[in-house]
Design a binder for this molecule. Structure first.
Ligand code: SF4
Ligand code: SF4
Length: 379
């Protein structure tokens, strides 16, 4: 991860890492601590309301995944290995700037990696209940967030007020709304961007005013691109495609497909719903929005399938690609339900299990070509 600022002349989001590093340096000079987060269940609003800056630290580098293997099993998910590898090698300047990392009990690999990371960085772990349909699950989560709030208050500020929470909710809702607007433009028969371009239009630090202005500008300037019209439209689901790990999106679009919707944590999953800004209790509203994120660590995770059913229609998908990082058992098993849905909807389906390395790219490309041929025939 490079903060050198050498890419002058590129668009704002092509300089995303440099922008975030500059923003973080400035924030620290103003006395605002940097707080690393590693999952979309972690409510950024709480960290922002404590006067800190939440930064996503998920690693997308193959080299750093190999670095992570020095301490972690080779068969572990590359996202976990890479995130840890950056920490081990001290190669992520934002992690180096971070005063604290907030982790969460999601998948087993992350939970255990956090124990190693905690040897190197101050860490707070949120306990996530994993049965979303249980009546008391939401109460448990709210209690966890109350504990986290108290922790942040003792570390950073005397009190996190409801007003501060409401202000953070407003910023995050604005950001989610703007990013949702960009994503929804892909519903058009001639979308203004490729999926890969859209994937670039986001930042690992939320709520930066100039990013929000850039989202508004992108929306205002968006024009239909006729050359994208006849490409097979792909709904991509599964694991997050974090910055640096866009291999599969590139293969899909280089083969002639168009990723019109990414139903994953680096796509629309975390921005589909807002926090209720008018709720009497803002912490409860935050807990509600974040808890119902449909990740495969939940059992059962029916909402993901309901969302996919709706998204295939909304985005006029011609096929479904289900991407799984090697070693991600929860998404790997959950593919069964995604395939069942694809069969029911009579949509061509391809499951891709891969890692961050380039060695399987040609083999994946061949399978993608076959998928797109079938999708083109059945349109
Ligand atoms: S896929 Fe699940 S564990 Fe990973 S960032 Fe999203 S919510 Fe968190
Ligand atoms: S992709 Fe799967 S294994 Fe990897 S961090 Fe996310 S939930 Fe865990």
């Amino acid at each position: 991860m490079d903060c050198s600022g050498k890419s002058a002349g590129l668009s704002r989001f092509d300089r995303m890492l440099e922008n975030c590093c500059q923003y973080a340096v400035q924030a620290r000079q103003e006395g605002k601590p940097i707080v690393g987060i590693l999952c979309e269940y972690t409510p950024r609003e709480l960290i922002m309301a404590a006067g800190a800056v939440p930064v996503c630290l998920c690693g997308g580098s193959h080299a750093m995944a190999l670095e992570g293997e020095q301490d972690l099993p080779v068969g572990l998910c590359p996202l976990i290995k890479s995130t840890y590898g950056y920490c081990r090698a001290k190669k992520n300047p934002l992690l180096e700037m971070a005063d604290l990392v907030v982790a969460e009990t999601t998948c087993d690999g992350k939970k255990k990696m956090y124990e190693l990371m905690a040897r190197r960085k101050a860490m707070y772990v949120l306990e996530l209940p994993q049965k979303p349909d249980d009546a008391d699950a939401q109460t448990h989560w709210l209690r966890e967030l109350r504990k986290f709030k108290e922790f942040l208050e003792s570390r950073y500020t005397e009190s996190i007020t409801d007003d501060a929470l409401r202000k953070a909710i407003a910023t995050m809702n604005r950001e989610r709304g703007l990013r949702r607007q960009l994503a929804e433009m892909m519903k058009q028969p001639c979308p203004p961007w490729t999926g890969r371009q859209l994937l670039n239009y986001k930042s690992i630090i939320s709520g930066i005013e100039s990013d929000l202005v850039a989202y508004e500008r992108l929306t205002a300037k968006a024009r239909p691109r006729a050359e994208l019209k006849d490409r097979p439209r792909i709904l991509l689901t599964g694991v997050p495609t974090v910055h640096g790990a866009e291999k599969v999106v590139d293969i899909l679009e280089n083969a002639g497909g168009l990723v019109v919707c990414m139903e994953n944590c680096t796509g629309i999953k975390p921005i589909m719903e807002d926090v209720d800004a008018g709720a009497a209790n803002p912490l409860e509203a935050i807990a509600k929005k974040y808890f119902y994120l449909p990740c495969s660590v939940m059992t059962a995770n029916r909402k993901r399938i309901e969302n996919l059913r709706r998204l295939t229609v909304d985005y006029a998908a011609d096929c479904i690609v289900d991407m799984v990082w090697q070693g991600c058992l929860t998404y790997d098993v959950e593919s069964w339900f995604v395939k069942e849905l694809a069969d029911e909807l009579k949509l061509p389906y391809l499951k891709i299990v891969t890692d961050y390395g380039p060695s399987d790219a040609e083999r994946i490309a061949l399978r993608v070509e076959a998928l797109l041929e079938t999708a083109a025939k059945t349109r």
